[in-house]
Design a protein around this ligand. Sequence first.
Ligand code: NAD
Length: 423
Amino acid sequence: MLMSTEMPLFSNALKQLDQALTYTKLHEDTVSMLRQPKTVIQFSIPVRMDNGALKVFKGYRIQYSDARGPAKGGIRFHPQVNMDEVQSLAFWMAIKCAVVNIPFGGGKGGVRVNPKELSKAELERLSRGYINGVADYIGPDRDIPAPDVYTDETVMAWMYDQYCVIKRQQLPAVITGKPVALGGSLGRGDATGRGGFYVMQALRQELALSGEAPTIAIQGFGNAGTHFAQLASAAGYRVVAVSDSKSGIYNPNGLNIEATIAEKKKTGQLVANGLEKPISNAELLELNVDVLVPAALEDQITVKNADKIKAHVVLELANGPTSFDADQILFKNGVTVLPDILANAGGVTVSYYEWVQNRAGHYWPIEKVHTELNTTISQAARDIYKFKTDRKCSVRDAAYALALARLGSAIESHGTQTYFGKA
Ligand code: NAD
C-alpha cells in the first residue's frame, strides 16, 4: 500500500475511521484489518480504437473487505481515476453496506479514461476489456460491480454479457445496475437520489425542514442529483440552483426541474433562460439555502470554503465531497452533515435487492422496492440520529460507530484461520 501522504483522500478516510473509534471500541487487530484493503488489482486494458490505433487504459479493482459478504461497489470511468480514489471509495463502500446492514463487504473499480472522447463502439470494447481484466476475481459470491460516475446500465449490460461469455453461464447476480431486460431491478435507476430523499424526509423534523418550501442547491446534475431534485421538488422543496461540470443555473424562486432536465437532455447543457442566472460551482456551494447537496465528485468542501457554507444541512449524495478538516469546521459551525455513507446508500441497497431477485429468479414490483428501501434507509437514519443525539457527536461519527461495530463483529467472528481471533 502507498503511504498515506501519497493518498490524501484515503488518509482523509482513515482520519474519519480514527475519530469514530472514540465512540465504538474495537480490538486493535480488528482496527489493523480495517486500515488496509484486502485485495488490490491494477491491470492494463488494450482497446483497438475506431481509427485502427491501439490504446492501453489503466484499470483498477479493489476489494477492501469481504468480512460481511462479497465485495460490492461501482466502476467509475473518469480521467482522474487513481489508486487513492478507488481505495477510498472501496473503503467507504465497506462502511456504507454496514451502515444500512446489507450483507456485503466493500469494493470499487475504475478506469482512467475520458469516456466522452470515446465512440460507442470504443466504450463497449473498453467495458468488455475491463471484465477480461477482472473476470477471475469477481462473481456473485465474491465481488459484485455496479455503475458509478460516467458508467450506466448500458455499460453494465456489456460487462455482464462479457462475464457470461467468459464463464459460459448466465450469472446475472455478478453485476447490478443492469437493464431490466437483463435482470436489473425496477427502481435501481433513481435509487441513490431516492434514498437521499428518504433520509431527508425521515429526519425532516430534527433538521427543521418542516416549514414552507425549504430551499435546496445541488452540485452535480447526473444520476444522483437529478433524481433527488425531482423527488424533492415534487414534495414541495424549492430547488433554487443546480450545476454540472460545465455550468450552473440559479433562480431564488425555484427552478422548474422537469423543464431543466428536458433542456439538458436536448442541449447537453444547463442553460440559463430569462428567469435564471448562471452560477459557478463555487458560488453554488456558498448559497444561503437550507440544504446543500454535493452530488458530483470528492473534495468539494474543503478548509478553503467550509467557513463560507451557509446551508444548515449538507446532504452528501456524492462520495467523499467533504474533507476531514472541513467536516470539523462544519460541525463547529452547527452545520449538520448527512454523510455519504448514509445519504447515498440507496443505490447499493437497491443493488442488494437486485442481487436477491437475481438469485431467487423472482422479480419484485416497483412498490415493493420503494417500500423496502424507505424502511431500510429511514430506520438507519433514525438509529444514527439517535446515537448522534445521545453521544453529542456528528452524524458521520454516529454512522461510522454503528457500522464499525457490525464490521468488527464480523471480522472477529471469522476467527483465526481467515482473519484472526481474540487470543
Ligand atoms: P453521473 O455521472 O450520473 O453524474 C455526475 C455529475 O457530476 C454530472 O452532472 C457531471 O457533469 C457532474 N460533475 C462532474 N464534475 C463536476 C464538477 N467538477 N463540478 C460540478 N459537477 C461536476 O454520476 P452519479 O452516478 O450521479 O454520481 C455522482 C456522485 O454520486 C459520485 O460521487 C458517485 O460516487 C456518487 N454515488 C452515485 C451512486 C449511483 O448509484 N449513481 C451511488 C452512490 C454514490
